[in-house]
Design a protein around this ligand. Structure first.
Ligand code: ADP
Ligand code: MG
Length: 621
């Protein structure tokens, strides 16, 4: 009699189930598949709820009743879990209320103004002939401000720019006899020093400033020598890309861009030990990881931020897995350079500078997971749900099952490399023509991409970052059309929601979601793609080098992408582009010709069970 089975893959993020019947002669008929979020930590009995849900849904899709279920096939999950941490390594500090980089929403006028700062009430008493920048406190009406500037100019004073406390720049400019650049919304206007040389720059709509964002531009304006230019270069860097900016030069004031001593990482390999300073950045950290490979463990310098960061990763991994802290070993590390917008210390208008940061993803190998216990829990859970005679079988190494499943993709054959792009880890497995299989598990995958997007855009909202990761962008230019990020336009018959108007939105499957930030569509797109590249292109190359014969990528012919991130609308392209120079054929898997990059492990479990039902490995009645 035919056996009704379901293969189940419990991943860190997703539990996938594939239902099938197996005839006595071994013929397999696949009937339905489903997926659900993994409940609890992979490899613990909490997984049973998610498994039961996925099995029930797969059976529903297949038109089967749970009472018909004979066997559940679980994989021997790779005992790896992953953790993330991020540490800022630079800090911009302003002393003596030097003001930099304020970029209000609506600056007024345009051009570059250079002059000495003068308080608004001093304007009538200021001798004519001088070039000045007027500082206008909150509470001064725009009519009055414009009138006073016009009067001063008539007197022969050269007012080259203005700094406003109110949000009135455009209103003031509209009333001036001659256009000058004006910055507004300066919250601590009283802290702007007077009697100092200053520059105000406002670019035209859609453009960014050119002079104050150029170190030599600042040197020209403030007459700086080489040493002083070096000191102010962080100012220029912090202003890059702004539409408007103001810089005040105070004699003792300073803007410093300092590297925070964050401590070092000690990387222990099987044969070597190397220490690397985290503030040296990702390239040097990754070179050290490669130098000690294979990595056995990582620790951070005690009493430093790095020490704290690694201790946190370890502790959370220990908590998650229920292991003693001493049993937690970091066996792979991915470092990524990133930058996070942070309010500048000492600023007067909430100035923000992009600080350098390093993000670390760590992969921890734990003691063998307790799949027996999971199997027992799944069995009682399913029996209670009506699968009254079900057996649960644990068998099949995850990587081998993934390869078997991937090979059901049309157009594939051995030898083959599978890249499983999951949430916490990037896993690679290779099958040779003779059927031998090798696997590696690397830290860093979809969750790290989400975290990078969240940090670089300063969102503080991981759900929104996930949404930005998954969907293309658009901008609602009118109530009836959206400009898509590829430049084309989509029209709508019904008016768009008012919340979306003039906003950058994500174009989700069923809804358009406005992104509540000031970032342009272009900037969000660049951040999104760079995050994907720095995680997945880097990891794809690392993984393939680790399993290619002799580390030579040219020895690899075919790569099949699997896992949730293979569903992404651009990650597969980015990887394929990076692999093309090595003559590698790379594409997204299509398991059984129907399921795309999903269900490979579940399918592999069913196929391997049909080929050789494992004896004595079942948890029966
Ligand atoms: P695991 O095998 O570790 O359980 P998955 O294979 O389910 O993980 O992959 C999870 C990752 O895939 C997450 O980072 C998630 O954001 C991403 N992901 C899931 N679905 C999609 C999708 N439709 N488009 C892009 N990314 C997706
Ligand atoms: Mg997986």
């Amino acid at each position: 009699m035919a056996q009704t089975v379901v293969g189940v893959d419990i991943g860190n993020s997703t539990t996938e189930a594939t239902a099938a019947t197996i005839e006595p002669d071994g013929t397999v008929r696949f009937l339905g598949a489903a997926l659900t979020s993994t409940t609890g930590i992979k490899g613990t009995t909490d997984n049973a709820d998610g498994v039961a849900e996925a099995v029930a849904r797969a059976f529903d899709a297949a038109g089967l009743r749970l009472a018909q279920l004979d066997v559940v096939l679980l994989n021997e999950a790779t005992p790896v879990i992953s953790g993330l941490a991020m540490e800022t390594i630079t800090e911009t500090i302003i002393t003596e209320s030097t003001m930099i980089g304020h970029d209000p929403r609506t600056p007024g006028g345009r051009g570059l103004g250079v002059g000495v700062t003068v308080a608004f009430e001093e304007l009538p008493r200021t001798p004519s002939g001088a070039d000045i920048i007027v500082v206008i406190p909150k509470g001064v009406d725009f009519e009055l401000a414009a009138h006073a500037i016009n009067a001063a100019c008539e007197r022969g004073l050269k007012v080259t720019g203005a700094i406003l406390g109110n949000d009135d720049a455009v209103l003031v400019v509209n009333r001036l006899a001659a256009v000058i650049p004006i910055i507004d919304e300066v919250s601590r206007i009283d802290a702007v020093p007077v009697g100092m040389l200053a520059a105000v720059e406002v670019a035209g709509p859609g453009q960014s400033i050119r002079t104050l964002s150029n170190a030599y531009g600042l040197a020209t304006i403030f007459d700086l020598d080489a040493a002083a230019t070096k000191v102010v270069s962080p100012v220029a860097r912090a202003l890059t890309g702004n539409r408007s900016a103001v810089v005040v030069r105070t004699p003792a004031g300073d803007v410093a861009d300092r590297t925070i001593p964050v401590g070092s990482l000690a990387l222990t390999g099987d044969r070597k030990r190397v220490a690397v300073d985290v503030s040296r950045g990702a390239v040097e950290i990754m070179a050290a990881v490669e130098m000690v490979s294979p990595l056995a463990d990582v620790s951070g310098e005690a009493g430093t931020n790095t020490g704290g960061m690694i201790a946190n990763v370890r502790q959370s991994m220990a908590d998650l897995s229920g292991h003693a802290l001493a049993d937690v070993r970091i066996q792979d590390l991915l470092a990524v350079d990133t930058f996070v917008p942070q309010e500048v210390r000492g600023g007067v208008a909430g100035e923000v500078a992009l600080e350098n940061a390093v993000a670390l993803a760590a992969m921890v190998r734990t003691r063998e997971s307790g799949m027996r216990a999971v199997a027992d829990a799944v069995r009682s859970r399913l029996r209670a749900a009506g699968a009254d005679h079900v057996d649960v079988v644990v068998g099949g190494v995850e990587a081998e099952m993934a390869v078997l499943g991937a090979l059901t993709t049309p157009g594939t054959d051995k030898p083959l490399v599978v890249l499983d792009l999951g949430g916490g880890s990037t896993d690679a497995a290779t099958i040779e023509a003779d059927g031998s299989i090798e696997a590696v598990h690397l830290a860093g995958a979809g969750d790290l991409v989400t975290r990078l997007i969240d940090a670089e855009l300063g969102l503080g909202n991981v759900e929104l970052a996930e949404e930005i990761k998954r969907f293309p962008l658009g901008k609602a230019e009118s109530f009836f059309h959206v400009r898509l990020e590829n430049g084309t336009v989509q029209f709508f018959e019904k008016p768009l929601p008012t919340t979306a108007f003039a906003r950058v939105v994500t174009l989700g499957e069923c809804a358009m979601n406005p992104i509540p930030t000031r970032h342009s569509m272009d900037r969000i797109r660049i951040v999104r793609r760079a995050a994907k590249e720095r995680v997945f292109v880097v990891n794809a190359l690392r993984a393939l080098r680790a399993i290619a014969p002799g580390g030579d990528l040219r020895q690899i012919g075919f790569v099949v992408l699997l896992g949730g991130c293979a569903l992404d609308f651009e990650i597969p392209e980015l990887i394929a582009d990076a692999l093309a120079p090595y003559g590698i054929v790379c594409g997204t898997g299509n398991v059984r010709g129907t399921d795309g990059p999903r269900n490979a492990v579940a399918t592999g479990l069913v196929a391997s069970h049909a080929a050789s039902p494992p004896a004595g490995a079942s948890v029966g009645a």
